[in-house]
Design a protein around this ligand. Structure first.
Ligand code: SAH
Length: 462
């Protein structure tokens, strides 16, 4: 490890740097006499002037002051607030370069962390149009110079920056937010003041069902009462005939958590509907629902293909959320069991099964690692297990239960290539072979990447 004296650069020093690589979250990597410097916004192949901001033992951080040589992948970020918002990290690179970088990240993790050399890693599936894909938006509301503003918190602060449009949001959700903002301003509905814990309107949330065009508006308030509530509701409904649900969610607490516990319908239904493939989903204000419906379908089709079902199989969908993958697979399976830790999501899953006339799906509330162990003890031996865990990956005990259940197939859907690779290694050591890996870009312009993996139980050697 380098001693202080060995570090070739010092804080506040200005150097000429050449960028060799980019990290998976969009920071350029330059080497100063072999010492890596991470510089946000720089791209491989670029050269420029960098100020050293911080030096650690084995790497440091810098700020790009000026570019001498630009990469052909460099783009001018189309969003005017790209640098203040922090929601997107990759708008300064071409979409082709984003895809290349994400695919490489999956490949690198599998090789370095998973030590998986043999898997067939397919070219990443990107979007034809990598903008305007999100179906849900939630914006904080505040007051600036006597005007109601809504937009986003400046990165790492609680200062609200007003925003007229967000280029990764579907146009419709943008339009609705702007209208609600205008109506609330005109009707003098007081925005929430975080410091004093006063005022009414905390957040505006809009959800849009791309397949059905149905719109939900959620007004998140500190108080029970909304001044001029009826006029506000009328204004929204008159402006957007596709609004099918307006609900109020009350969050009286001093907290960063957006939604409170109580939700009441102000107008229309408590849910909107959407479809992925042939499956209909009822989505409430609190439901977890994938935000990129176009790529979600691509991802689930891949999961279905990798599951290789014939109609005779028993399947487990672990970390099932509102049952999306389970319901997508149900038509090709004999029986499917879903397990999820959030009780409201499981209630949605059951309701969605009913909505689609699906009778071979059963859902349980609980930790996947606990419930699956109970199922194992009760004798359940599925043919296929699908897991779709949060970023931290699967609990080791759940992987052990998978090995004991020894299904022919495991389909792993992951939003974090590093934990994916770690978990695949454990399953490989337990007798599975990673056959195919399909990265999918669910979140263009951001650093996130999703992947779906097919693993098959190796033939027992005698
Ligand atoms: N498969 C779903 C949701 C995936 S997100 C979809 O595609 O829509 C991951 C889910 O895992 C979340 O719903 C989260 O609530 C749930 N979860 C997190 N930890 C869990 C655990 N230990 N056991 C079961 N579910 C868990």
């Amino acid at each position: 490890m380098a001693k202080k004296a060995d570090i070739p650069v010092a804080k506040n020093q200005t150097i000429e740097a050449e960028f060799e690589d980019v990290t998976h979250d969009g920071q350029g990597v330059a080497k100063a006499d072999g010492y890596p410097l991470f510089v946000p916004g720089a791209l491989p192949g670029e050269r420029g002037t960098v100020r050293v901001l911080k030096t650690n033992k084995s790497y440091g951080y810098g700020k790009l002051l000026e570019l001498a040589v630009e990469s052909p992948d460099r783009r001018i970020p189309p969003c005017p607030v790209y640098h203040q918002c922090g929601g997107c990290q990759l708008q300064h690179m071409s979409y082709a370069a984003q895809l290349r970088m994400k695919e490489k990240h999956v490949r690198d993790c599998l090789q370095r962390i998973g030590k998986i050399a043999h898997a067939d890693i397919r070219p990443i599936i990107g979007m034809g149009d990598p903008w305007r894909y999100r179906n849900k938006v939630q914006v904080p509301v505040g007051m600036k110079d006597g005007e109601l503003v809504a937009g986003f918190y400046r990165e790492r602060t609680h200062k609200i920056i007003n925003m007229d449009r967000c280029l990764i949001q579907m146009e419709k959700t943008d339009e609705v937010v702007q209208k609600v903002k205008e109506l609330c301003g005109n009707l003098q509905i007081p925005p929430y003041d975080e410091e004093r814990h006063e005022g009414v309107l905390r957040h505006i949330m809009v959800r849009y069902g791309l397949a059905t065009r149905e719109i939900m508006v959620v007004l998140i308030t500190r108080t029970d009462e909304i001044p001029n509530r009826k006029k506000l509701v009328r204004g929204i409904v008159e402006a957007f005939p596709d609004v099918k649900s307006i609900v109020q969610n009350i969050n009286p607490k001093r907290t960063n958590v957006i939604l409170g516990e109580e939700t009441r319908v102000l107008w229309g239904r408590d849910v909107i509907y959407d479809k992925i493939g042939d499956i209909r989903f009822a989505i409430s204000a609190q439901s977890f629902y994938q935000v990129n419906p176009v790529q979600t379908r691509v991802l689930y089709e891949k999961a279905l293909e990798y599951a290789g079902l014939t109609g005779e199989e028993t399947v487990i969908d672990a970390y099932c959320g509102i049952g999306t993958i389970a319901l997508f697979l149900a038509g090709r399976a004999k029986k499917i069991y879903g397990v999820e830790v959030v009780p409201e999501a499981v209630a949605d899953a059951k309701r969605n099964a009913e909505l689609n006339g699906i009778r071979n799906a059963e859902f349980a509330v609980g930790k996947a690692e606990t419930v699956m162990e109970q199922w194992y003890e009760a004798g359940l031996r599925p043919d296929c297990i699908v897991v779709d865990p949060p970023r931290k990956g699967c609990e080791p005990s759940l992987l052990e239960t998978i090995l004991k259940m020894s299904p022919q197939r495991v389909v792993y859907v992951s939003c974090n290539p590093a934990t994916l690779a770690r978990d695949l290694r454990i399953l490989e050591d337990g007798g599975y072979r990673t056959e195919a890996v399909q990265p999918v870009d669910m979140f263009p312009q951001t650093k996130h990447v999703e992947a779906v993996v097919r693993m098959t139980l190796k033939e027992q050697e005698i």
